[in-house]
Design a protein around this ligand. Structure first.
Ligand code: SAM
Length: 455
């Protein structure tokens, strides 16, 4: 449907670097929609063979453009976390991480401050598999979908928290990398979201700019000396982009970081008015992606660092560990704890950080939920089925697409002669979840609240 852009919006962009009024209006009125996904490197990539993959996104090795938009809901491997549906421009963070850490040691502690629904967090989880990642979302009703997407992704090094930016003042100088994908006026998504066009106003841009400053004021102190801040929006407005970059430099004396880009990508490099901070603009008439802005900074000043004692994670009794260990790959790398009746596996390597964050922030998800111990048995958790912790020896059945969709709708399955007990349902080599094969029936353990409702 043609999208008529407000005149005051277009007028506000005239003169901005890389802004070309005619082609910009044309791409909003006439161009077809783009669809892109990012593959999960933890899972077999052949799972996407049925998707109409066109080509790789040039700034993200795991990113793929699709030639059309399939029904993701009816693709079983989507529910198994084989890929994440993400707009292509925002995958540029992958390139930034590669560029920044090409010659520097990788960041240990990473914060994705405005994380729901989880696009940047799953990207960071894949790009930085050895880091400790906090994926935070302030809005309570949005944390559920974030935790679900992190669970599907299957990583063991991401903790999900539900905190206001000001709560991070309790963790001064803590993070080596902080991503602030700030709430914004959303003009970059006008092609995908018609409502955003109606909601756009100069007053809203101003309001968003002030909120972005508040968020940064509350959290920049959590960045360690030499730590990196990545700031992004999906707005074209300078008040939310280059002006914020100038403000960051004036207010906090951070250093702008330039990122090498290939001119063929069509990304427009900008330089802020006052302090010549480098920024990267994505216009949909120039790149194959939606509107986006991103800039990077280094904290070069001396910073007070978090110092506090921590109590060790309380490990579960040996008897519980011996029940869960057969379900786990590399169980020696994990601390097994029993939290509110759910056994959790957390990486030993991050014990101190897990304890620190647990006592400082409101944790919604930590490590990988392994299951619930009942007597001598484990009722395995869905999160374990989707994670890379699952022991290779666990039996599985490969389901055809129709059966897989039945499973994901939580309908009854019929099997004969299968091995009895806990069994993984798979489709295209991707784990979808648990079922329990009993002598006379099969119990479907797909989580009720995740089931497909679409016919
Ligand atoms: N990073 C996400 C991704 O890639 O999937 C998208 C984040 S979206 C652009 C901005 C997020 O900021 C939203 O999830 C929104 O709920 C959150 N947010 C809204 N107001 C906020 C505030 N005052 N402080 C911090 N985050 C806020």
């Amino acid at each position: 449907m043609p999208q008529v852009l407000p005149k005051n919006f277009i007028d506000s962009l005239v003169g901005l670097p890389g802004f070309d009024e005619d082609t910009f209006i044309n791409v909003h009125e006439n161009a077809s929609q783009l669809t892109s996904i990012r593959l999960n490197p933890l899972k077999p990539t052949a799972a996407i063979n049925n998707l109409p993959v066109e080509k790789t996104i040039p700034w993200c090795d795991n990113g793929r453009y699709l030639s059309e938009r399939p029904s993701f809901t009816l693709d079983p491997v989507f529910h198994g976390g084989a890929y994440y549906v993400q707009e292509a421009s925002s995958m540029f963070i992958d390139h930034i991480v590669k560029e920044i850490y090409r010659n520097e040691s990788l960041p240990e502690r990473v914060l994705d401050l405005c994380a729901a629904p989880g696009g940047k967090s799953t990207l960071l989880a894949a790009a930085l598999p050895k880091s400790f990642i906090i994926s935070n979302e302030v809005i309570k009703t949005r944390v559920g979908v974030l935790a679900e997407n992190i669970s599907k992704w299957g990583s063991d090094h991401v903790m999900v928290t539900n905190n206001d930016p000001k709560d991070f003042k309790k963790l001064p100088g803590y993070f080596d990398l902080m991503v602030v994908d700030a709430p914004c006026s959303g003009s970059g998504l006008f092609r995908k979201d018609l409502n955003a066009i109606n909601e756009w106003s100069e007053a809203n841009v101003e309001m968003c700019s002030l909120r972005q400053q508040r968020i940064l004021t509350d959290t920049i102190g959590s960045l360690r000396q030499n730590g990196i801040l990545i700031y992004s929006t999906c707005s074209y407005s300078t008040q939310e982009d280059e002006d914020i970059c100038d403000w960051i430099i004036e207010q906090f004396n951070l250093e702008s970081v330039k990122i090498a880009i290939d001119p063929a990508w069509g990304i427009v490099e900008t330089s802020s008015d006052k302090h010549a901070a480098s920024g990267y603009r994505f216009y949909p008439d120039k790149v194959q992606g939606e509107g986006f802005f991103i800039a990077c900074f280094k904290q070069t000043n001396t910073v007070d660092e978090y110092y506090g004692s921590y109590s060790k994670v309380a490990v579960a009794p040996k008897q519980i560990q011996s029940i869960v260990n057969p379900f786990l790959k590399n169980s020696a790398d994990y601390l097994i704890s029993d939290q509110k009746e759910i056994v959790i596996a957390s990486l030993k390597k991050w014990e101190e950080d897990i304890a620190t964050v647990s006592k400082t922030l409101n944790v919604r998800k930590s490590g990988v939920a392994v299951g619930t111990v009942k007597g001598k048995d484990l009722i395995p958790h869905h999160e374990l089925a989707l994670s890379h912790l699952l022991a290779a020896a666990i039996p599985y059945v490969d389901l055809q697409k129709d059966e897989a969709l039945k499973y994901l709708r939580r309908q009854d399955l019929v099997f004969e002669n299968e091995k009895k007990g806990w069994t993984i349902c798979r489709h295209g080599d991707i784990n979808l979840g648990w079922m329990k094969v009993l002598p006379n029936r099969v119990n479907n353990y797909y989580p009720t609240n995740w089931r497909i409702l679409k016919a």
